[in-house]
Design a protein. Structure first.
Length: 233
C-alpha cells in the first residue's frame, strides 16, 4: 500500500475521502464534513487510488457498480426481452402451421364431398383454382412469419392429397385417363417447390397460372376428354 493510501480513508456513509489525523487511534470518533455522519475511526473504509474518481458517490451507486450479482441482474432484462420475442415468434409460427394444417384438411374433405358433382373437365378447373389459392396462401404466410420451407411442403402435401383422393374416387367409379390431372399435379409441385429451391417468393404464386384458367386449359380439358381429363367416366 502506498504512503498516500495510508493517509486517506473514506466515510462509511457517503464514501467521501478524508485525511487521516496525524494523531489517531482505532476508536477515535470522527464526523464527516460532507454528510455529517459520526463513526469510529476503525469503522472507516480504506481508500484506494482506483476510487479517487468517486469521492462523493453515494453508497447505493457504488454498491450497484461494484457488486457482480447486481451487474448480472442488470443484464437480465435484455435477455428476458430477447427470449420473450423468440417465444412469441415461435408461438406465432406454430399457430400458423396448425391453422394451415386444419384448413388443408378441411379443403381435402370438402373436395372429396364435391367429387360426385364434378366431371373431368370441371374437376380440372376446380383443382387448378385450389392450387393457385394454396400457392398464394403459402407465399403470403412466408412473408408474414418468415421463409419457413415447411409451409411449402404442407401446402404441397394437401394439394397432392386432393389429387390422390380424386384418383381413388375415380377408380372406384369407373373413371380413367388421368393425364391432365397428373400434369396439373406436376406443375403445382414445381410451383410449391420453386420458392424453396430458389428462395424467390415472387415466383411461387404464379408458376401455375399459365395452365390454371379454363381458357388456357379448356381446349385440352374439353376437347381432350377422351385423352385424359382428370377422371372421365
Amino acid at each position: 500500500m502506498s504512503r498516500e493510501q495510508d493517509q486517506f480513508l473514506r466515510c462509511p456513509s457517503c464514501l467521501r475521502r478524508f485525511e487521516l489525523p496525524s494523531k489517531h487511534f482505532p476508536g477515535m470518533l470522527q464526523q464527516c464534513s460532507n454528510c455529517g455522519a459520526t463513526f469510529r475511526l476503525h469503522e472507516a473504509l480504506p481508500w484506494h487510488e482506483e476510487h479517487s474518481y468517486e469521492p462523493q458517490a453515494s453508497p447505493g451507486i457504488v454498491q450497484l457498480q461494484s457488486s457482480p450479482s447486481v451487474a448480472l441482474n442488470q443484464s437480465l432484462p435484455p435477455l428476458e426481452t430477447t427470449s420473450s420475442a423468440a417465444e412469441f415468434d415461435s408461438g406465432r409460427a406454430s399457430a400458423v402451421f396448425g391453422s394451415m394444417a386444419l384448413v388443408g384438411l378441411a379443403t381435402g374433405v370438402v373436395s372429396y364431398l364435391m367429387f360426385p358433382f364434378l366431371k373431368g373437365p370441371e374437376f380440372l378447373v376446380y383443382y387448378a383454382i385450389i392450387g393457385v389459392l394454396m400457392v398464394a396462401a403459402v407465399h403470403i404466410l412466408r412473408q408474414m412469419i418468415g421463409k419457413h420451407d415447411g409451409l411449402n411442403f404442407i401446402g404441397l402435401g394437401f394439394f397432392l392429397l386432393i389429387g390422390a383422393e380424386r384418383y381413388l374416387y375415380g377408380i372406384q367409379h369407373g373413371m380413367h385417363k388421368w393425364t391432365y390431372m397428373v400434369i396439373l399435379m406436376g406443375i403445382g409441385s414445381m410451383a410449391f417447390l420453386s420458392s424453396v429451391t430458389s428462395m424467390n417468393d415472387g415466383r411461387g404464386g404464379y408458376g401455375v397460372a399459365g395452365c390454371t384458367s379454363c381458357s388456357s386449359c379448356g381446349g385440352g380439358c374439353g376437347g381432350g376428354c377422351g385423352g385424359g381429363c382428370g377422371g372421365c367416366g
